[in-house]
Design a protein. Structure first.
Length: 595
């Protein structure tokens, strides 16, 4: 009920006021009672002295009882007080309210004894005769220096009590009103004092709800102003700190989401708390938060690595072929925290491409060695033959030199194609785009290769589309693609076979199809025909070609936004096709395409 500072201050005010007013009121009532009793005592003493002076003659008369009783009743009626005249032996000689003969001796009355001993006596007690509290004041009656009796005057205290009661009611009423006014003023003062605190409380609640940067007006006394200033400084610092933390968190989230390596954070129970985009992509998961690692990635090797890390609180590393991700992964599990309650950070590197590159490198070295070994071995054998004496045989020497020249030309072609392929793959080959009519370019290539077609006794069927739109392409490189594709068709088609060259427009592209009725490509070789140095069984047995022509063709077409593909059935021929988009860069633009 009194939890707020305002209510506590008000309660303190109320208690202080009530206690203070109670003490003050009690003192006022006691003081008023004492004052009234003193007045009453003084009045009774005066009346007693007058009564004593008036009763001297009665004591000296022949019948003191009758005289003094009559005097007491007369004076008592006049002053509205009870008057009693008492002899020295305590016998009541006269009384204004009772018959003296019926009254007992007053020898033991304290006011009687004090009057005789001290010259004045006073007593307050309950009167059995009158049935109420009375104040008695007695004085000695003297004649010629000798005490002859005692005169006593009494009044009931009811009048004094009534006056004191009325005064008490007035004092209590005044005190109550005053206390109420003071308590109300205290409540208002407490409200004014605690207003800045209420503002601080409201601002603190808004800050707790996330509305940082709250400020309150500087008001009140020095302490309140200092508190408000401290709150404003705290609010500003807290907002700056939260903004900094939020910015750092956003930067960290951006870094995590854009990292090439996967990152997964787990708690002490192995439940995933954070997984970046790379990890989600690697294991094809949408939301892993709150799930166990095995539920999220379904990879037992990684789950075992995590459990080992959490159990030993030591960094664990492994490389394995992930069946879940179908990738070759290097995983590092790092414990975070103390030995007993550690979380774990999983760093995942996809080494599939690196492994494939290493495999490709080994295959490339093997292919290059193979391609160079055969002609070099032939050249070396022929040179040794010439050195052994064949040089003197002009006919044999001429034949050997021609064969050496062919092998050197073959090596030169291999080096040139390898260099070209390397430049294209590394993005160093420039493509000069210009409007290109593929029909005209096909006619030109077929004319160039006409002698080879004739020697192989082949027929060429042209199905070139009318009004074929031009494409933006590099003329020299597309010409090289067509030469490679047509040359393959000539080389692997038996005499009497047919080659068909066609152009068409399809889905915003211009496509070229080169079909033959040759030996075709086996199902095992078909997926690899565009790989460098790859040659099918028929090509290997023939011993011609470097195996890089189609690889160069694929890179050239893809670098210009196109696509190249093959359809083939062993023993029934093949169809090589490529397409180029109708819309590319502006005429004459030189682009650097990195594949």
């Amino acid at each position: 009920m009194f939890r707020s500072i305002q209510s506590r201050i008000t309660l303190a005010f109320m208690l202080v006021i009530l206690i203070g007013m109670g003490i003050l009121g009690n003192r006022l009532i006691d003081s008023s009672r004492s004052h009234q009793l003193d007045d009453l005592r003084s009045g009774l003493q005066n009346e007693a002295m007058i009564t004593g002076q008036a009763s001297v003659s009665g004591f000296l008369s022949e019948d003191p009882h009758k005289t003094l009783d009559s005097l007491a009743k007369t004076l008592g009626g006049q002053i509205d007080s009870r008057i009693t005249i008492i002899a020295l032996d305590g016998t009541v000689l006269g009384d204004s309210d009772e018959e003296p003969a019926a009254m007992e001796s007053h020898t033991n009355r304290p006011e009687f004894r004090d009057a005789l001993e001290q010259g004045s006596g006073e007593s307050t007690r309950y009167s059995i005769t009158l049935g109420q509290r009375m104040m008695y004041v007695a004085v000695p009656v003297s004649h010629e220096g000798e005490t002859i009796g005692v005169a006593r005057v009494a009044l009931p205290l009811s009048a004094v009590e009534g006056l004191v009661h009325r005064l008490t009611v007035s004092i209590i009423s005044a005190m109550a009103i005053t206390a109420l006014v003071i308590i109300l003023a205290g409540w208002l003062i407490a409200r004014l004092i605690t207003r800045p605190i209420r503002r601080l409380t409201a601002a603190s609640r808004e800050m707790a709800s996330g509305q940082l940067g709250q400020r309150i007006a500087l008001a009140g006394g020095n302490e309140v102003r200092e508190l408000s200033r401290a709150f404003n400084e705290m609010s500003l610092k807290l907002k700056e700190m939260v903004d900094t933390v939020s910015a750092d968190r956003a930067r960290l989230a951006t870094i995590l989401d854009n990292m090439a390596d996967g990152v997964i954070m787990t708690d002490v129970g192995g439940n995933v708390s954070v997984a970046n985009n790379a990890a989600k992509t690697l294991f094809n998961i949408d939301d892993a938060a709150g799930r166990t690692l095995i539920e999220a990635v379904r990879d037992h090797e990684m789950d075992a690595l995590l459990k080992l890390c959490l159990r030993t609180a030591q960094t664990q590393t492994t490389q394995y072929e992930s069946g879940a991700a179908e990738r070759y992964i290097r995983a590092i599990a790092i414990p975070i925290g103390d030995d007993q309650m550690s979380e774990a950070l999983l760093l995942l590197q996809d080494l599939t491409e690196l492994r494939d590159l290493q495999t490709t490198r080994r295959e490339l070295i093997g292919n290059i060695s193979h391609e160079f070994r055969t002609p070099l071995a032939g050249i070396k054998a022929m040179v040794e033959t010439l050195r052994d004496g064949a040089v003197d045989d002009k006919e044999a020497a001429g034949d050997f030199l021609n064969r050496i020249d062919d092998e050197v030309e073959r090596l030169t072609q291999t080096v040139a194609e390898l260099t070209e392929l390397t430049r294209i793959e590394t993005g160093k080959a420039e493509l000069i785009l210009e409007p290109l009519d593929l029909n005209l370019l096909l006619e030109e290539v077929l004319g160039q290769l006409g002698p080879q077609v004739d020697r192989r006794q082949l027929s060429v069927n042209k199905k070139l589309a009318d009004d074929l739109p031009p494409v933006q392409a590099d003329r020299a490189r597309i010409r090289q693609v067509i030469v490679n594709v047509v040359h393959n068709a000539i080389k692997f088609t038996d005499p009497g076979g047919k080659i068909t060259v066609a152009t068409r427009v399809h889905d915003g592209t211009v496509a070229v199809d080169v079909s033959d009725t040759g030996v075709g490509i086996s199902k095992d070789d078909l997926p690899h025909v565009f790989e460098r140095f790859y040659k099918g069984e028929r090509a290997r047995s023939g011993g011609t070609g470097t195996g890089m022509g189609l690889a160069i063709a694929r890179h050239v077409v893809e670098a210009q936004g196109g696509r190249i593909w093959v359809r083939s059935e062993e023993g029934k021929g093949s169809t090589f096709s490529f397409s180029l988009p109708l819309e590319q860069g502006p005429q004459g633009e030189t682009v650097n395409n990195k594949i």
